[in-house]
Design a protein around this ligand. Structure first.
Ligand code: PEP
Length: 242
């Protein structure tokens, strides 16, 4: 499987910003990239984003509800995201874990819901600065994986150190390699040979300047990109660095 470069727009993006997607689609049409590109806009723009990207890049949701439908005002099911054109959905992003109190079991339920709807979940895990300083990175990642992974292997995983998100700080390349190796071992133990198709993305302050060296680290199968995914030129530079 080729690398996956996923842009997470978070709570950013109005109709006018869809012009960035035209630039991405045009560039990838003129010169296809080796990596798979994915944009996860706010749900309000999902259908329009899918149309504007013309299949040159995929679209994904930023979370989904564990249930298929029902009395959950304001929520979106995985089926709804799929219906709007999504192929992927991020689950367990640290901002959801922190802002919405989503724990591992909840993240797992969302990932299972995504799989039922035919979406590929990108399951996000990562340590806080406090956990890193206490030397608990691998322990924490294994704990989160054990609780958050669904029972099927049709997933990708994002390693996102919480302290690196939106801060401009990144772990050393050796630290990224160590975390990815631990995650890959856990995935192989859990899913056996099927784990080979799971991409483990790195996320946290990836930008055009550091993308190539991060993407070259052993075990890194792509990137989850926040801030730098909002501008087509930066996002494309990262896609082309893979
Ligand atoms: C993210 O939101 O998943 C992320 C990695 O953000 P940023 O690239 O801005 O650090």
């Amino acid at each position: 499987m080729g690398a996956l470069i996923a842009g997470n727009w978070k709570m950013n993006g109005l109709t006018a910003d869809l012009a960035e997607l035209d630039a991405i689609a045009d560039s990838l049409a003129a010169e296809p990239a080796a990596a798979e590109a994915l944009v996860c806009p706010p749900a309000t723009l999902l259908a329009a984003a899918a149309k504007r990207l013309k299949g040159r890049a995929g679209v994904g949701g930023q979370t989904c509800h564990p249930n298929e439908k029902g009395a959950h005002t304001g929520e979106l099911s995985a089926d709804m995201l799929k219906d709007a054109g999504a192929a992927y959905v991020i689950v367990g992003h640290s901002e959801r874990r922190a802002d919405c109190g989503e724990g591992d079991a909840d993240v797992k339920a969302r990932a299972e819901a995504a799989l039922r709807a035919g979406l590929r979940p990108i399951v996000a895990v990562g340590e806080t600065l406090e956990e890193r300083e206490a030397g608990r990175v691998v322990e924490r990642l294994l704990e989160q994986l054990a609780g958050s992974l669904p029972d099927a292997a049709a997933i990708d995983v994002a390693y996102e150190p919480v302290w690196a998100i939106g801060t401009g700080r990144t772990p050393s390349l050796a630290d990224i390699g160590e975390a990815h190796a631990a995650i890959r071992t856990a995935l192989a133990e859990r899913f056996g040979g099927a784990a080979a198709d799971i991409r483990v993305l790195y996320g946290g302050s990836v930008k055009p300047e550091n993308a190539a060296e991060i993407l070259a680290v052993d075990g890194v199968g792509g990137a989850l990109v926040g801030g730098a995914s909002l501008k087509a030129a930066d996002f494309l530079a990262i896609v082309r660095a893979a």
